[in-house]
Design a protein around this ligand. Sequence first.
Ligand SMILES: *[C@@H]1O[C@H](CO)[C@@H](O)[C@H](O)[C@H]1NC(C)=O
Ligand SMILES: *[C@@H]1O[C@H](CO)[C@@H](O)[C@H](O)[C@H]1NC(C)=O
Ligand SMILES: *[C@@H]1O[C@H](CO)[C@@H](O)[C@H](O)[C@H]1NC(C)=O
Ligand SMILES: *[C@@H]1O[C@H](CO)[C@@H](O)[C@H](O)[C@H]1NC(C)=O
Ligand SMILES: *[C@@H]1O[C@H](CO)[C@@H](O)[C@H](O)[C@H]1NC(C)=O
Ligand SMILES: *[C@@H]1O[C@H](CO)[C@@H](O)[C@H](O)[C@H]1NC(C)=O
Ligand SMILES: *[C@@H]1O[C@H](CO)[C@@H](O)[C@H](O)[C@H]1NC(C)=O
Ligand SMILES: *[C@@H]1O[C@H](CO)[C@@H](O)[C@H](O)[C@H]1NC(C)=O
Ligand SMILES: *[C@@H]1O[C@H](CO)[C@@H](O)[C@H](O)[C@H]1NC(C)=O
Ligand SMILES: *[C@@H]1O[C@H](CO)[C@@H](O)[C@H](O)[C@H]1NC(C)=O
Ligand SMILES: *[C@@H]1O[C@H](CO)[C@@H](O)[C@H](O)[C@H]1NC(C)=O
Ligand SMILES: *[C@@H]1O[C@H](CO)[C@@H](O)[C@H](O)[C@H]1NC(C)=O
Length: 488
Amino acid sequence: MCVSLMLLLLVCGAQSTHFYGTVMTYYPKNTNADGSLTVVLRYKLSFHDCSTRDLWQCPSLNCGTQTSLVLNVVDQESSGEWCQREGIMTRRVPINSQFQLELTGFAWINNNNGIMFWRAVTGVELRNRSDIGQANTSPQTIILPALRVPSNCRRDFHLLDFDPDGDEVRCRYANSSLSECFDCTTPSVLSLSESCILSFSPTSSANEGPYTVQMVMEDFPRQTISLTQNGGLTVNSAISKIPVQFAVRVDPAVPSCTEGLYLPRFLTPTPANKAQLYAPVNQTLSISVNAEANVSRTLELLFSGPHNTNKSSLGAGRFLLRWTPSQEEDGESHPICFVVQSITSSTTKYQSELRCVIVTVGNEPTISTAVPSTTTPTFNYHPYNNSLNYNYSSLNNYPTDFDQQYNYTSYNHYSINNNYPTQHNNYPYTNHTNIHHFFTNDTYTNNNPTKNSRTYNNNTSNYNHRPFTNSDCSPYYYNIESIRDFYI
Ligand SMILES: *[C@@H]1O[C@H](CO)[C@@H](O)[C@H](O)[C@H]1NC(C)=O
Ligand SMILES: *[C@@H]1O[C@H](CO)[C@@H](O)[C@H](O)[C@H]1NC(C)=O
Ligand SMILES: *[C@@H]1O[C@H](CO)[C@@H](O)[C@H](O)[C@H]1NC(C)=O
Ligand SMILES: *[C@@H]1O[C@H](CO)[C@@H](O)[C@H](O)[C@H]1NC(C)=O
Ligand SMILES: *[C@@H]1O[C@H](CO)[C@@H](O)[C@H](O)[C@H]1NC(C)=O
Ligand SMILES: *[C@@H]1O[C@H](CO)[C@@H](O)[C@H](O)[C@H]1NC(C)=O
Ligand SMILES: *[C@@H]1O[C@H](CO)[C@@H](O)[C@H](O)[C@H]1NC(C)=O
Ligand SMILES: *[C@@H]1O[C@H](CO)[C@@H](O)[C@H](O)[C@H]1NC(C)=O
Ligand SMILES: *[C@@H]1O[C@H](CO)[C@@H](O)[C@H](O)[C@H]1NC(C)=O
Ligand SMILES: *[C@@H]1O[C@H](CO)[C@@H](O)[C@H](O)[C@H]1NC(C)=O
Ligand SMILES: *[C@@H]1O[C@H](CO)[C@@H](O)[C@H](O)[C@H]1NC(C)=O
Ligand SMILES: *[C@@H]1O[C@H](CO)[C@@H](O)[C@H](O)[C@H]1NC(C)=O
């Protein structure tokens, strides 16, 4: 260890303190003719300047071959505080690979938690997942190199934690036992929750200054899955892990923590944090970011995202971020994060809250089956187009997609193809012909009289498909087993 640290010191020691952190994510791509898999790893690399170099290493020789690496500037802070670049690394790896990539170096910016050497580790898992029938994609996130908060203001940084596979994403600090950092002292003024919220509470001016944050984000399957390799391995632990490292600067106290005065406040139509946006291939997505800070002369937009995102200022706290996804990014989801920073004097900078959006490359899914509405209930329909198909002595409302789990919002009783009055099954109960959801056991119909078909009710959102077998099933999941319990 000492030897390698000495070597690093010799290699990098001439530099002043300069590192501002990194993030790495990955997407598996196509399987090649020779059976190998292409994986695209994207990383952000932040330094004081735009020219400092550092390369990700493969310590275990099983990372396949790097077929391309491009590095481009993403954004620079206006006073020259930091520069963030994006690296896009393409590797050709044996199918079913798992490997780690490491970034190490010296030195972090000066910081109150006394960290000098950096080390970041990405755990790539490309074995075939039993639940999705393909390789895992890592959580997708990014971060700005330096976030600021005045020492007297409370702030929660809700970090983006999007997972394209729908996994549960959890955050934790990097752990020295797992070699995820060299020096792992956590920032004393910040607390990190498993749900990726980094919280700062007002603190004494003695604690002002920069802190380094060295985190790990991991994706966990929501159900036990197996990863195929020599017959399969069952996992319910983390699948992949990515490093998220950056700085938080605790600045001198501000006269008021009210947003919109010193601290910039976002105005409409700035997208909400964690908003999901859609951009088809070759079509430019424009994101408007508007902010105000009444006690400020200058506002600037700082962002992180794909390197070919363009930012422009329209004046008066109005900004535009524009990104055009390419063919290679079709179907993927990429994050864009931003803050607005006010500069009241040459040394005083205040930042808005952090916001991130996730941009999914493709068309926005058409919302035809999920939006509840009482006037035109278009969600959920009877798959058959005439009443003869609805047989009260047989199954009713059989879903066309048998793998899907239906719940009460996604399954109403409205026929799109007529032969039924629009609110057919909302008619008062008189006999089996005009009511669809007659339970075989009246006991259940009385479980929740306002939410079942026995009552006169033409409000479709009141219709509850509480499974016959489980009266405690909340929020009223309507699964395939229970469908058998519904008769005309
Ligand atoms: C992954 O599993 C799915 C379903 O079992 C299978 O169709 C697919 O070919 C597998 N992919 C690879 C790369 O083995
Ligand atoms: C670090 O990882 C080790 C090994 O998995 C574990 O025992 C330990 O509790 C972890 N430490 C922290 C602070 O999470
Ligand atoms: C900032 O000034 C605008 C325009 O005068 C006003 O509408 C807004 O309420 C002010 N914001 C705050 C936080 O005082
Ligand atoms: C996007 O543009 C590229 C280059 O102009 C073109 O090759 C590709 O076919 C276009 N894709 C779509 C979906 O428009
Ligand atoms: C971004 O700016 C570059 C250079 O000015 C330009 O070539 C590119 O088309 C712009 N992209 C978008 C999405 O506006
Ligand atoms: C009714 O559905 C059947 C089978 O799903 C289909 O063949 C037929 O064309 C439909 N009739 C009308 C009028 O939509
Ligand atoms: C209704 O279902 C019963 C029992 O499954 C069956 O015997 C009958 O033929 C069905 N009637 C129609 C019109 O489909
Ligand atoms: C209900 O089902 C729809 C469609 O399957 C889904 O979009 C929605 O999230 C589900 N709602 C709940 C509460 O699970
Ligand atoms: C069932 O209700 C319908 C419509 O109200 C009516 O036409 C039919 O005669 C009723 N059948 C019986 C058996 O009561
Ligand atoms: C109907 O409900 C009663 C009372 O809860 C229960 O004893 C009986 O088993 C139920 N019948 C069926 C067919 O589930
Ligand atoms: C419900 O439907 C009945 C019968 O069609 C109608 O008279 C009543 O006005 C409706 N009520 C509401 C709240 O829509
Ligand atoms: C329908 O029922 C839901 C749930 O009880 C209620 O929130 C909603 O206001 C109702 N809508 C109408 C039009 O009565």
